[in-house]
Design a binder for this molecule. Structure first.
Ligand SMILES: [Zn+2]
Length: 83
């Protein structure tokens, strides 16, 4: 009677790790994620990679290069002028 309940319960992951929905196909169970969520996850991953690859947005305009009016721009220029 109780022989089924005896022993440790070993179960494959049958819930989607993303939406907690039931996974129906053995392949989804093996991957731990449903096909729809897998698709969304891939899309998100691509978006994240694209964002990482995109050039960093400049939030602040750097002051314009003022070397035209002969002003030293940094310490190296100052040292160069002093020597
Ligand atoms: Zn899902």
């Amino acid at each position: 009677m109780a022989d089924i309940d005896d022993g440790p319960t070993v179960r494959l992951v049958a819930h989607c790790r993303r939406c907690r929905g039931w996974l129906l196909s053995p392949r989804s169970v093996a991957q731990g994620i449903g096909p729809t969520c897998a698709m969304r996850e891939r899309a998100e991953q691509r978006a994240a990679e694209a964002a990482a690859a995109a050039p960093t947005l400049v939030l602040f305009e750097l002051p314009a290069d003022n070397s035209e009016d002969g002003q030293p721009r940094d310490l190296l220029d100052l040292l160069d002028l002093a020597s």
